[in-house]
Design a protein around this ligand. Structure first.
Ligand SMILES: Cc1cc2nc3c(=O)[nH]c(=O)nc-3n(C[C@H](O)[C@H](O)[C@H](O)COP(=O)(O)O)c2cc1C
Length: 161
């Protein structure tokens, strides 16, 4: 039985999706820290986290600790099936994975990540000079969190659980 949604979020996009999902499914959501006290090992959960240079942050650890019913990966890139497959392969994810577009919030990042993000942006611009949207996003930031992005995930959970 699904016990909770557990999430990891640095600048709030993943937290927002976790809270919306929690309301929709009527199950509680906890940060990883809160979950340590609230959720026992091997309980069934949904895991939401953010993407950092193709790594789904925290997945390896959480996958050992809990039974993950399905996952949500929150990243700044636009939703794309090929990218989703890459994330699945790269992180060795065996469960159903959904992509939820987050954004970039420079104000909530520390100096190190701010610099790293600018570098990622420059690389993207060099590789895809015509992709103005991505260049602009990595220069200025942006927020693409939208409740509608959760629809396929909610439908899947309601059908299978
Ligand atoms: C160092 C760093 C690397 C990132 N790498 C990626 C990436 O490879 N793909 C992607 O889609 N987003 C990437 N992002 C963007 C984050 O996944 C995005 O900002 C996400 O919304 C953060 O979620 P949060 O607000 O819950 O922390 C990166 C962000 C940082 C800071």
């Amino acid at each position: 039985m699904l016990k909770a949604i557990i999430y990891q979020s640095k600048t709030g996009h993943t937290k927002e999706y976790a809270e919306t999902l929690s309301k929709e499914l009527k199950i509680p959501c906890y940060s990883i820290k809160e979950a340590k006290e609230k959720i026992k090992k091997q309980e069934e959960i949904i895991y939401l986290s953010w993407v950092r240079t193709t790594t789904l942050v925290g997945y390896k650890k959480i996958n050992k600790k809990y039974q993950i019913a399905c996952l949500g990966a929150v990243g700044a890139y636009p939703k794309n099936n090929e990218y989703l497959k890459q994330l699945k392969d790269y992180n060795h994810i065996s469960q159903k994975l959904f992509y939820l577009r987050g954004g970039i919030d420079y104000q909530k990042q520390n100096k190190f990540y701010q610099k790293l993000l600018k570098l990622v942006g420059k690389t993207i611009t060099m590789e895809n000079p015509r992709d103005k949207e991505m260049t602009y996003l990595f220069e200025t930031g942006g927020n693409f969190v939208n409740k509608k992005n959760l629809k396929p995930m909610i439908e899947y959970i309601k059908e299978t659980m």
